[in-house]
Design a protein around this ligand. Structure first.
Ligand code: PMP
Length: 412
């Protein structure tokens, strides 16, 4: 792979054809959310036009049909993650809700004062704050494994923090702010050896590399559909069957019960136990269409392409005098954080936007990580399958333009 466009891919994403501020749209904010291929847009539309009904309730044909489509979407996710059973796939609103589900259900029923939860400095706020709330409720204590100057997790420190009281290890698969890929299978093995349960935040991983929850060995794996070319408002919690079966409900309502009486209710088996109320049926079907699309393109091909783009962008930005890359771990996904001397990331983002180049600027919902590096935030370019080397050329040209505006451009 050279970073040249994957043939035919960009044309599958209608939004990429719209001009932005008089320029071609150069969308490099895929870490925040990805654009949607026609196949996903069409799958949701077709559901509403041809198959819409509520699930699990109807004796009528349409309801049974909608239920079948929803169940098939669950099976598609199961295959994508290589989970052993479809019942291990719980549909949620996204990564955030998946993590909160575990914190409420598993956490409140399992943790006691003095128990420890081990995180890393790399975590997104959604893999920090639910655990802080849980600690306030249970008296459990947060521990945090540090990263080095490159943004790589310090394994010796991680090991040292794993102890008898560690009940849960909650770690990101890929850092949304720096792109660092954590060695999640090895970390899971270490955590299990210490007797801890392992949750992996896969929000930034699922669109960029194959994920096999059985090979990783983790107990929980969370991700969002919208970062995988799917719709917003749908996500997944994978949970090992044995663990899910032992977990109490967290939200009560329709569809999660077996019997209800005013004296006492009994609850359905997983995954229904954790899906109270009418779920995002169209979203689940859209997510399955996104997974089918990614499978057709091929994850290995996507990963190789994005790595080529990352290599090219790292070299190109690294060559610009006054640009500093933040996060230079050896194992990285297609995310590049950087700072430009004398230009605040927000100003940079605004100037790039005027050139049609969409990046993210700020703390990336990872404030403790920014604090670790002593910076308020970064500019971040993050890649997807439809980006190409021309997008990186546009990014470089726009950075030069910003430096010209600020009078900080130096000959390179
Ligand atoms: N974890 C990581 C690593 C993320 O990048 C994100 C989204 N930026 C989340 C969790 C939260 O995902 P969502 O907002 O879709 O729930």
């Amino acid at each position: 792979p050279t970073g040249a466009a994957l043939p035919g891919i960009a044309a599958d994403f209608p939004i990429l054809a719209r001009p932005l501020r008089g320029h071609r749209l150069v969308y490099l904010d895929n870490g925040a959310t990805t654009q949607k291929p026609e196949a996903v847009i069409e799958a949701e539309r077709r559901f509403y036009r041809e198959s819409n009904a509520n699930i699990h309730r109807g004796v009528h044909w349409l309801s049974q049909h909608a239920t079948e489509l929803y169940d098939a979407a669950r099976a598609t996710v199961q295959r994508y993650l290589n989970a052993a059973h479809a019942e291990e796939i719980v549909f949620t609103r996204g990564t955030t809700e998946a993590i909160n589900l575990v914190a409420h259900s598993w956490g409140r029923s399992q943790l006691e004062a003095g128990d420890e939860i081990l995180l890393t400095t790399l975590e997104h706020h959604s893999n920090i704050v639910p655990w802080q709330l849980l600690c306030e409720q249970t008296g459990a204590v947060l521990k945090v494994a540090p990263v080095d100057e490159t943004g790589t997790l310090e394994l010796a420190a991680f090991d040292a923090l794993l102890g008898e009281r560690t009940r849960l290890v909650a770690i990101t698969h890929v850092s949304n702010a720096l792109g660092t890929v954590n060695p999640v299978a090895a970390l899971t093995a270490r955590a299990h050896a210490a007797g801890a349960v392992v949750l992996i935040d896969g929000a930034q991983a699922v669109a960029h590399q194959g994920v096999d929850v059985q090979a990783i060995g983790c107990d929980f794996y969370a991700f969002s559909g919208h970062k995988l070319y799917g719709p917003t408002g749908i996500g997944v919690l994978y949970g090992r069957a044995g663990l899910l079966a032992a977990m109490p409900p967290w939200q009560g309502g329709g569809d999660m019960i077996r019997t209800v009486a005013f004296e006492r209710s009994t609850f359905a088996e997983p995954p229904q136990r954790f899906e109270a109320g009418t779920p995002n049926i169209a979203g689940a079907i859209g997510l399955a269409a996104a997974i089918d699309y990614v499978d057709r393109v091929g994850l290995a091909r996507i990963a190789a392409h994005e790595h080529a783009l990352l290599g090219h962008a790292s070299a190109a930005l690294g060559d610009i005098p006054g640009v500093r890359l933040v996060g230079t771990a050896r194992d990285k996904a297609g995310i590049l954080s950087f700072l430009v001397d004398g230009i605040h990331p927000h100003d940079l983002g605004t100037i790039l936007d005027a050139e049609g180049v969409a990046i993210r600027a700020g703390h990336h919902c990872a404030m403790p990580l920014m604090t670790r590096f002593g910076i308020p935030g970064t500019a971040r370019a993050s890649f997807a399958m439809y980006n190409d080397i021309g997008d990186i050329d546009a990014l470089v040209a726009a950075i030069h333009k910003a430096q010209d505006l600020f009078g900080t451009r130096r000959p390179g």
